[in-house]
Design a binder for this molecule. Structure first.
Ligand code: A3P
Length: 317
C-alpha cells in the first residue's frame, strides 16, 4: 500500500527546526536567532523585514529594550518630527486618537507602512540583526534603555497581565524565577546586556548615527533630552520655538499623565499592537518602583550581575 504523503516543511519550518529553542516566561517558544532569543510569532516577519526592508536616508529607527519606555519615545519622536504638520493640542493631533504604537510601527510584529515624513519605525532587535540598508544608509537610530531593576519589574507586571488575559488557567512565574531567567538572558530579545552594550559602543563610535538615551535621563530633564533628540534628527528647535514654550508643550503632551488619561489609551478594547490592549503600555511610569516587587537583596544581586557584564564599557545603568 502507498504511504501517506506528508507535507514537506517549508524553508521557515526548516529554519525553526535548526535553531536552539527554549520556553519564554509566558510558556511560548523562543528561538535563538542571530544571537538573540526571538518569539516564534515575530520571527517570520522579522526575517522578511531583514531581507526586504529598504531604508531611506531620512528614516528614523527607534530601538529599545522591551519595557524601557518605548511607548513614550514613540510619542516624543512622533510629536517632535511632525510638529510643523500637527499643532500640539488636544484638538486634532494624531496622538489624541491613536496610541503611539499605532503611529510608529514595530518592524517585528507585522509588516506595516509608516505614515508621514520622516518615516518612523521601531524595533527591539540587536544591531547585528538590522538589515544592511539601515547600516549603510544615512538613516538614524535612537536607542533607549532603562535601569535593569525597573525594566525587570515593568516586564514582570506586563508578563503577568498578558498571561492572565491569554491563559487565565496558567500561573506566571514568581519574581524570583523570572529574575533568574532574565539574568540567563532567555527573554524576548535577550540577552538584554549584550544589546545595550552593542548600541552603547556604536553611539560612541558613530554619534551621528546612533543616539543613546536612558529612561532616567528623560525623566530627569525632558526638555534637554527633547532638544538633544531634535538636534540629532536635524530638526532642532529654533530659539523662537523655545521662547514660545514648544518644547515644554511637547513634554507635557507626551507625559505619562496626559497620554495615559486619553480615552484611546484607557479603553481596554483598543489595540495598536496585536493582542495587547493600549492601556497595558501605561502602568506607573515611575523610577524606583522595583521596591514594591523585589527585595533589596534581589536588586543588589541584579546590580552586581549587570555591573560585571558592563565592566570596562564606561556605561552605568
Ligand atoms: P512601568 O511598568 O514601570 O510603569 P514600553 O513602552 O517599552 O513597553 O515601557 C513601558 C513602561 O514605560 C511602563 O513602565 C510604562 O508605565 C512607562 N511609560 C509609558 N508611557 C510613559 C510616559 N509617557 N512617560 C513615562 N513612562 C511611560
Amino acid at each position: 500500500s502507498q504511504g501517506e504523503v506528508l507535507p514537506q516543511p517549508n524553508e521557515f519550518q526548516k529554519l525553526l527546526q535548526s535553531l536552539p529553542i527554549r520556553k519564554s516566561l509566558l510558556n511560548t517558544n523562543l528561538y535563538l536567532y542571530d544571537g538573540s532569543w526571538i518569539g516564534e510569532s515575530c520571527l517570520e516577519s522579522l526575517i522578511d523585514f531583514q531581507q526586504n526592508f529598504q531604508a531611506q536616508d531620512t528614516d528614523i529607527i527607534l530601538v529599545t529594550t522591551p519595557k524601557s519606555g518605548t511607548t513614550w519615545l514613540k510619542a516624543l519622536v512622533f510629536t517632535i518630527t511632525q510638529r510643523f504638520q500637527y499643532k500640539i493640542s488636544d484638538e486634532n493631533h494624531p496622538l489624541v486618537t491613536t496610541n503611539p504604537h499605532g503611529l510608529v510601527p514595530f518592524f517585528e510584529s507585522y509588516r506595516s507602512i509608516a505614515a508621514g515624513m520622516p518615516r518612523l519605525f521601531a524595533t527591539h532587535i540587536s544591531y547585528t540583526m538590522l538589515p544592511e540598508s539601515i547600516k549603510t544608509s544615512k538613516c538614524k537610530i535612537i536607542y533607549l534603555c532603562r535601569n535593569p531593576r525597573d525594566t525587570f519589574v515593568s516586564m514582570w507586571y506586563f508578563g503577568h497581565q498578558i498571561m492572565s488575559k491569554l491563559d487565565p488557567s496558567s500561573q506566571f512565574p514568581s519574581p524570583e524565577e523570572c529574575l533568574e531567567q532574565f539574568c540567563e538572558g532567555v527573554i524576548h530579545y535577550g540577552p538584554f546586556w549584550e544589546q545595550i552594550l552593542q548600541y552603547w559602543k556604536l553611539s560612541n563610535e558613530m554619534p551621528e548615527k546612533v543616539l543613546f538615551l536612558k529612561y532616567e535621563e528623560l525623566k530627569g530633564d525632558i526638555i534637554a533630552q527633547c532638544k538633544k533628540m531634535a538636534d540629532f534628527m536635524n530638526c532642532s528647535f529654533s530659539s523662537e520655538e523655545e521662547n514660545d514654550g514648544v518644547i515644554k508643550d511637547i513634554a507635557k503632551f507626551c507625559s505619562f499623565e496626559h497620554l495615559s488619561n486619553l480615552e484611546v489609551n484607557n479603553q481596554t478594547e483598543e489595540r495598536s499592537v496585536p493582542r495587547l490592549d493600549n492601556g497595558m503600555f501605561f502602568r506607573k511610569g515611575e523610577i524606583g518602583d522595583w521596591k514594591n516587587l523585589i527585595t533589596t537583596s534581589m536588586a543588589e544581586k541584579l546590580d552586581q550581575f549587570v555591573e560585571q557584564k558592563l565592566q570596562g564599557s564606561g556605561l552605568k545603568l
